[in-house]
Design a protein around this ligand. Structure first.
Ligand code: LLP
Length: 427
């Protein structure tokens, strides 16, 4: 079942009318589909079923406790990059033993917190970090399980801001350096190297970069084992792309086909860290048109959602579909015939109320005639949407709703004006 679809001219999330949700909870409003979240998790579990994978959902994509709880209950582990994310996983009832701790800058307190919680392993990004983990673990009389994050130097062919596996990137260790460091790990009794980690980028739409990375990983694992390291896990990271415009990304089964042969040759267990492919198309951001405005030849739809709610268009010039929640009379419902019907319609810039020219969701976008009060749905907003929201311009952050079948739960209430100043002290 498609998570978001039109019944007549009204957009539904599963069995729930999006317009009704907007009426009840206000806008801007994030709406997530539980069926879509679980469906994408299941697609990954199926694609890799023959190797019994550990799917470590990347919490950074959407860290709402309701989302984490649903995924954990359906067998997901987690990938965290901060003590805060680990705290969320535990709050949501996730299993730290199925959780990997990544990130280039882990602090001592975060390392201690993760050891205490019993994470499956640390993904280590530098010599200095390795020394910190060894020192903190030794001080706690514990042996910390680690994987080196290796930078395979492949081009993932994605946006420069989401490309992480090339030599010039701040992430990971190049292969020669990783081998040198691996030699030193043998002398550190508070560490055990049980895995190897790679993550080459995000929103990757072709499988070749993964195939290339795996080929390098297989060779490296043999070398690490020859040194005596008990490498039992191959963590392939995340990055599996999704459809923002149309079917631009390969299905997860094709990524699996690129990864599995090499992985099987190593005899390792597979971990992956998908974020966007699980949450991205499971969420929309609902906004309301406040005004329309013309400036020179430009036409603007000014809505109540802004770059503080969804920063991806401003930050990466990324494309998100924007469709009306209620399609105006006379037009077919999206997607197919609708897109054809409005092609060539006069274009709009969809912008928010923030005082920055970068505050836009879309530029020169064909939209049907919509006036003040109309509701808009911005699609593919379930990943890197709410998690990147801020209070810029002292705007309260949006509410979040999780839909399951015919039911909808509020999983984060809208911030109030008092919330906005609650942390400020000393007045
Ligand atoms: N593992 C590691 C080590 C990562 O750095 C990331 C994402 C993931 C897994 C999950 O990647 P995914 O499967 O979601 O592609 N804010 C950007 C994306 C930043 C991704 C950062 N790292 C965006 O909105 O496109």
């Amino acid at each position: 079942m498609e998570a978001f679809q039109y019944r007549g001219n009204e957009l539904y999330c599963e069995g729930v009318s999006v317009a009704e949700l907007a009426k009840q909870y206000g806008t801007p409003l994030y709406v997530y589909s539980q069926a879509a979240l679980v469906g994408s998790l299941k697609a990954l579990q199926d694609a890799y079923a023959e190797v019994d994978p550990l799917i470590c959902y990347s919490v950074k994509a959407n860290s709402n406790l309701g989302v984490l709880k649903v995924l954990g209950a359906h067998g997901s582990g987690f990938d965290v990059v901060s003590g805060g994310e680990l705290f969320r996983v535990q709050k949501a009832g996730g299993d730290p033993g199925m959780t990997v701790f990544a990130g280039v800058g882990k602090s001592d307190p975060e390392i201690a917190q993760a050891i205490e919680a019993g994470v499956l392993m640390f993904n280590v990004e530098s010599e200095a970090e390795l020394a910190s983990i060894a020192r903190v673990a030794a001080g706690m009389n514990r042996v910390a399980p680690i994987a080196l994050r290796v930078n395979p130097d492949v081009d993932p062919k994605t946006h420069r801001y989401t490309s992480t596996g090339q030599k010039e990137s701040k992430f990971g260790l190049d292969i020669e350096r990783a081998l040198r460091i691996a030699e030193t790990v043998k002398d550190l009794p508070s560490l055990t190297m049980i895995g190897m980690h790679m993550h080459i980028g995000s929103q990757i739409t072709t499988v070749e970069p993964y195939a290339k990375a795996v080929a390098k990983g297989v060779e490296l694992i043999a070398k690490l084992r020859a040194m005596g390291h008990p490498i039992a896990w191959y963590n392939m990271g995340g990055g599996y792309g999704i459809a923002y415009r149309g079917p631009e990304a390969k299905p997860v089964s094709e990524f699996a086909e690129a990864i599995l042969p090499g992985l099987k040759a190593t005899g390792c267990r597979l971990a992956i860290e998908p974020g966007r492919v699980i949450a991205g198309n499971a969420g929309i951001l609902v906004s309301r048109v406040l005004y329309t405005k013309q400036s020179g030849d430009k036409r603007f739809l000014i809505q109540d959602a802004a770059m503080n709610d969804l920063i991806r268009p401003a930050l990466y010039e990324s494309f998100h579909r924007i469709w009306p929640v209620t399609v105006p009379q006379g037009l077919p419902a999206p997607p197919a015939d609708y897109e054809a019907a409005i092609e060539g319609a006069e274009p709009w810039d969809v912008v928010g109320p923030i005082c920055e020219s970068g505050d836009f969701f879309a530029k020169d976008r064909a939209l049907p005639p919509l006036g003040p009060g109309a509701l808009l749905a911005t699609f593919s907003a379930g990943a890197y949407g709410m998690v990147m929201a801020s209070n810029y311009n002292t705007r309260p952050r949006a509410a979040e709703i999780l839909v399951n079948g015919d039911g909808a739960s509020l999983v984060r209430r809208r911030e109030t004006l008092d919330d906005l100043v609650a942390q400020e002290v000393g007045l």
